[in-house]
Write a protein that binds this ligand. Structure first.
Ligand code: HEM
Length: 484
């Protein structure tokens, strides 16, 4: 048998006893000098870090992305440079509203986060399982999230707040329709698509820009639970997704997604009859068809959940040359918000944690010192501690500069002013559902409206009516069926 390792203090000194406190006499009190007891208790008190302010409950795995189609004419991003190229990925899926211990099988939007460890740094695709979102302006995000979390007095989730908000923010109807449809309760994280949701941009070696939307299409199919089925599962286990994802990978039944993109030439953004940067809208697939890019496979369970999944810090600000942002107002808010959240949740140098550090690119920056500066503090070239310097410190790389973007207009706070109403796309989506899907939608909505004051319900019903008269009618009938 292999010789067992010696238990030591965190300073490396052997521990003589890890079971019995040091007491004054057999029945006497504990001695303060029992430093290891104090240390053990103090460490336990510090085991939890703050949970994510949203998307606290999550499940993750490691995997590989493989390019299957050449899109290098659109982007110089090296991860897409040739067919067959493979890049390591860390995935984290999540629900939005529930806390870290919440049940997995709750109706909610699901997060779909991917970290691609590319040779030009990490690219984070921090998306959802929906192609749109509830709001189109980051100003509204903290209020929206408050409606999803607990009431300050009852400490209960509050459907009144949810519908009060949604009924006063009609741009939410598209996402509300998806949330209340079958897509709002996938059976496992493997049975859902992932979407970048926002419009991002690609730019190529010629300095041409394309607007792009990312779609990760599940190869496992879109299995979903009805509310009734989910209730039963939640009664048996709160950890259904963790069990399914973990066990599937352990059994080498690796889940896969096809990455496809919609590409819009830069100039088209001025021509299309909708704002292509509006997160509450999709681009019609007839106008911008899906182009295959590659395949994502998850094939390894992380050795330690905390180290890999709880410590994972995803941010839409993590882009690589060839992939960039767009003028989407929501995206702009997110570019700030995530890194700020990580500094609070994980600490100043969160990007140096092994799961967040680039695996395939060098990191050379001039940030210095601070808490957590346990990694090299540029000690191999101490004279180069500012920029510019004459001591061979790291220098900028102008080839990483995206092409200039022309913008114009007066600085102000604008209403959305495109030609489509907030009801057109939700109506189109509703009309795509078959009768059984519509019936489930009506009933899911009715159930979710339990206890909501009538005036709020009436305001929301008007939105359903505007999307499609049959939508409003169906919800009214379901409400009658459930509550008389
Ligand atoms: C998590 C902010 C909209 C997807 C988070 C976190 C914050 C945040 C602060 C917690 C980060 C952490 O502690 O690790 C915002 C703001 C938004 C916004 C301010 C709007 C202005 C969105 C949208 C999507 C999205 C539109 C999807 C398209 C996610 C995902 C996570 C997350 C997937 C979990 C990341 C992980 O797995 O660690 N968001 N969010 N968020 N958000 Fe957002």
């Amino acid at each position: 048998m292999a010789k067992k390792k010696k238990l030591t203090t965190s300073a490396g000194s052997p521990v003589p006893n890890n079971q019995k406190s040091l007491t004054a006499g057999k029945r006497g009190p504990v001695q303060l000098q029992d430093y290891q007891l104090v240390e053990k208790l103090a460490h336990q008190n510090r085991e939890r870090i703050p949970e994510r302010v949203v998307h606290a409950k999550g499940w993750g795995a490691q995997g590989t992305f493989t390019v299957t189609n050449d899109i290098s004419k659109y982007t110089k991003a090296k991860l897409f440079s040739e067919v067959g190229k493979k890049t390591e990925v860390l995935a984290r899926f999540s629900t939005v509203a529930g806390e870290k211990g919440a049940a997995d099988t709750e109706r909610d939007v699901r997060g779909f986060s991917l970290k691609f460890y590319t040779e030009e740094g990490n690219w984070d695709m921090v998306g959802n399982n929906t192609p749109v979102f509830f709001i189109r302006d980051g100003y509204k995000f903290p209020d929206f999230i408050r409606t999803q979390k607990r009431h300050p007095k009852t400490n209960l989730r509050n459907p009144t707040a949810m519908w009060d908000f949604w009924s006063q923010v009609p741009e939410s109807l598209h996402q509300v329709t998806i949330l209340m449809s079958d897509r709002g309760l996938p059976q496992t994280p493997m049975h859902m698509n992932g979407y970048g949701s926002h419009t991002f941009s690609f730019w190529n070696d010629e300095g041409e820009r394309y607007w792009v939307k990312f779609h990760f299409k599940t190869e496992q199919g879109h299995d979903f639970y009805t509310d009734e089925e989910a209730e039963k599962i939640t009664g048996k286990t709160r950890e259904k997704y963790q069990e399914e994802l973990f066990n599937s990978i352990e059994k080498r039944n690796y889940p896969k997604w096809k990455l496809k993109v919609q590409i819009m030439p830069e100039k088209d953004a001025e021509k299309v009859p909708y704002n292509p940067f509006d997160l509450t809208r999709v681009w019609p697939h007839d106008d911008y068809p899906l182009i295959e890019v590659g395949e994502l496979e998850l094939n390894k369970n992380p050795d330690n959940y905390f180290q890999y999944i709880e410590n994972a810090a995803y941010s839409p600000s993590n882009i690589v040359p060839g992939i960039a942002f767009s003028p989407d107002k929501m995206l702009q808010a997110r570019i700030f918000s995530y890194a700020d959240a990580h500094r609070y949740r994980l600490g100043t140098h969160y990007e140096a944690l092994p799961v967040n550090a680039p695996k395939n690119a060098e990191v050379n920056h001039y940030h210095k010192d601070g808490s957590m500066r346990f990694f090299d503090n540029n000690s191999d070239n101490p004279d180069a501690y500012y920029e510019p310097n004459s001591f061979d410190g790291p220098v900028e790389d102008p080839t990483a500069q995206e092409p200039p973007l022309k913008v114009s207009g007066d600085i102000s706070r604008y209403e959305d002013n495109d030609e489509l109403s907030d009801f057109e796309q939700p109506g189109n989506l509703f009309r795509l559902f078959d009768d059984a899907q519509k019936e489930r939608l009506f009933n899911n909505i009715a159930r979710a409206m339990e206890g909501v004051p009538q005036e709020i319900i009436d305001r929301q019903l008007q939105h359903f009516d505007k999307a499609d008269p049959d939508y409003g009618k169906g919800v009214r009938e379901a409400l009658k069926k459930h509550y008389g």
